[in-house]
Structures are given as structure tokens and as C-alpha cells.
Write a protein that binds this ligand. Structure first.
Ligand SMILES: *[C@@H]1O[C@H](CO)[C@@H](O)[C@H](O)[C@H]1NC(C)=O
Ligand SMILES: *[C@@H]1O[C@H](CO)[C@@H](O)[C@H](O)[C@H]1NC(C)=O
Ligand SMILES: *[C@@H]1O[C@H](CO)[C@@H](O)[C@H](O)[C@H]1NC(C)=O
Ligand SMILES: *[C@@H]1O[C@H](CO)[C@@H](O)[C@H](O)[C@H]1NC(C)=O
Length: 260
């Protein structure tokens, strides 16, 4: 038996459903689009991902685009797993993925797009995920880069290719006057090298072993002179002087005492 309360609730639900059926607005809540790595090296794969919340109830198509060109499509429908549509002939090498579970209204699920073998032509291209309704879009600029070899002073870099993309290597050695071991660095997916050179400048005033021995001997001689010659000489003089003053004062004292 339905209570009045229950009846009103069911009616309310039915009205909401009707509104949804006639809804031409965005049926998705899309999170900010994230690109991993933030900067991709030339020749690597970049991955765009988004958390999608399905707020609609009817079938709707979500489309991945690169610079407004459709690259992958999914149909999202209440109580069904997302269905991948036929891949448009876009010229981009991409691979999409999402949940294989059933999606109901209100569910949140991740969607990703792998963009393979990226090149500099794609730098600053816009990657987006959205549907046909106005405002139903989330997007981010693709950042493509190359690894920049270390050019610090004293570092000699030999690069395997002129533009250093994913997997490119650099042989580092140190210039004359600098010390450090040779390093081989490889350009990673995030457009940074996995190693860096450490070439330290040798101190120009560094003393040789001969110089150090000379200084030590010199010091020993100076100490010997002070101990065996200067101290006895000066000491004798100082003592004699002190003694004579003492004698003199005694003598004077005695003499004075005797006269008074
Ligand atoms: C890019 O993806 C393809 C296919 O999954 C894979 O064969 C290749 O090794 C990936 N490249 C890099 C740099 O990870
Ligand atoms: C999606 O949600 C998961 C779990 O909350 C979070 O770890 C991830 O960073 C989110 N991804 C994006 C692109 O917002
Ligand atoms: C860069 O990549 C795009 C898309 O994959 C491709 O159409 C284009 O020919 C590539 N450019 C170069 C110079 O390789
Ligand atoms: C990619 O584009 C950005 C912004 O225009 C620029 O700063 C960067 O140098 C470009 N990357 C390369 C490797 O040309």
C-alpha cells in the first residue's frame, strides 16, 4: 500500500526522469583533464585522463578530440558498460580506455586516452573530452618537449641525435681542469635525463706533495732556530738584565740604608 508520502516521492522521481529525458544539457560532470607526464618527450606516449560522472539517464556520446578532430568515441548509457565506437580516421595514434563495469546514473568512472609516439607538431595541441551539449567539455594543452643536455662549464656533452627525444642518450665527460666521472644519461618520457654530470673545477692553488714537504721542513727549521738559538740568547740577556737590576737595587738599598 502506498502512503501519500511515498506517492509524492514516486511522482517527484517520475518528474525528474521526465526532465532528464528532455534534457539537452550536459549529462556529464567532467573533472579537469590531466596529462601525464605534464611534458612528454618526443617519441614517447602521453596520457590524458578525466573522471567522468554520468548525471544523465539517456544514451549520450563522449568524444575524445585532438585539436577539434575526433579521435575516439564512447557511448554512455544508464545500466550499460561504456561502448567504444568505431575509430574515426583521424591520423592520430591513440588508444582509449575506461571502465568495463556497468555505469548507472550518478556513477563516476575514469576515462583515459593514450596519445602515442608524440612529436613536436603536437606541442600545444588541445586534447579534449566532451559531448555535443553546450559547455560539455574538459580540455588541456599537450606539452611536448626534448631533453636539454647539461651545458654547465667544464662539461663536455656528446648527444646521440640533434633533437634529443625519448631514449636519446648523452655521453658526458669533464674538460681539462675539471674532475668527475664520465656519465651516460638517457632522455626519459617526461623530457628529463635520468642522470647528470658532476664536473668539479680543480683548485688552481692546489699544492703539490713536494711543496707541502718543503713547507713542513721550513717550519721545522724555524722552530729549531727559535728553540736552540733565539730563546737562549734573549733569555740570557733578559735574565742578566733582571739580575743586575735586582743586584743594583739591593746594593742601592743597602747603601742608602747604611747612610741614613
Ligand atoms: C607507447 O605505447 C605503445 C603501445 O602500448 C608501446 O608499444 C610503446 O612502448 C610505448 N612507448 C613508450 C615510450 O612507452
Ligand atoms: C580521478 O579520481 C581518482 C580518485 O579520486 C584520483 O586519484 C585521480 O587523480 C582523479 N583523476 C583525475 C584526472 O582527476
Ligand atoms: C607528428 O604526429 C602527427 C600525428 O601523429 C603526424 O600526423 C605528423 O605527420 C607527425 N609529424 C612528423 C614531422 O613526424
Ligand atoms: C612547446 O611549446 C611551448 C609553448 O609555446 C614552448 O615554450 C616550447 O619551447 C615548445 N617546445 C619545444 C620543444 O619546442
Amino acid at each position: 500500500m502506498l502512503s501519500i508520502k511515498m506517492f509524492s516521492y514516486k511522482l517527484f522521481q517520475f518528474i525528474i526522469l521526465l526532465l532528464h529525458l528532455t534534457d539537452v544539457n550536459c549529462q556529464f560532470a567532467l573533472s579537469a583533464l590531466s596529462l601525464q607526464p605534464p611534458i612528454s618527450s618526443v617519441g614517447s606516449n602521453a596520457t590524458a585522463s578525466c573522471n567522468v560522472t554520468y548525471t544523465g539517464s539517456t544514451a549520450f556520446v563522449l568524444t575524445w578530440q585532438i585539436d577539434s578532430v575526433d579521435v575516439q568515441l564512447y557511448q554512455i548509457q544508464h545500466a550499460q558498460a561504456p561502448q567504444l565506437g568505431g575509430q574515426p580516421a583521424s591520423g592520430f595514434d591513440t588508444s582509449p580506455s575506461t571502465t568495463t563495469s556497468i555505469v548507472n546514473t550518478g556513477d563516476t568512472f575514469p576515462m583515459t586516452l593514450e596519445i602515442r609516439n608524440v612529436n613536436l607538431t603536437l606541442n600545444q595541441s588541445t586534447v579534449s573530452l566532451g559531448c555535443s551539449a553546450p559547455g560539455c567539455i574538459t580540455q588541456a594543452p599537450l606539452q611536448i618537449g626534448v631533453c636539454q643536455p647539461n651545458t654547465a662549464s667544464g662539461v663536455i656533452a656528446t648527444v646521440s641525435s640533434s633533437s634529443c627525444g625519448f631514449g636519446c642518450t648523452v655521453q658526458y665527460s669533464c674538460a681539462t681542469g675539471y674532475t668527475g666521472s664520465d656519465v651516460t644519461a638517457t632522455c626519459q618520457e617526461d623530457a628529463t635525463f635520468d642522470a647528470s654530470p658532476t664536473c668539479k673545477s680543480q683548485t688552481p692553488s692546489a699544492l703539490s706533495t713536494g711543496e707541502i714537504v718543503g713547507i713542513v721542513i721550513g717550519c721545522l727549521i724555524a722552530v729549531a732556530i727559535i728553540i736552540f738559538f733565539l730563546i737562549p740568547i734573549f733569555c740570557t740577556e733578559i735574565c742578566c738584565c733582571a739580575f743586575s737590576i735586582l743586584c743594583l737595587s739591593w746594593g742601592t738599598k743597602e747603601y742608602t740604608a747604611g747612610r741614613s
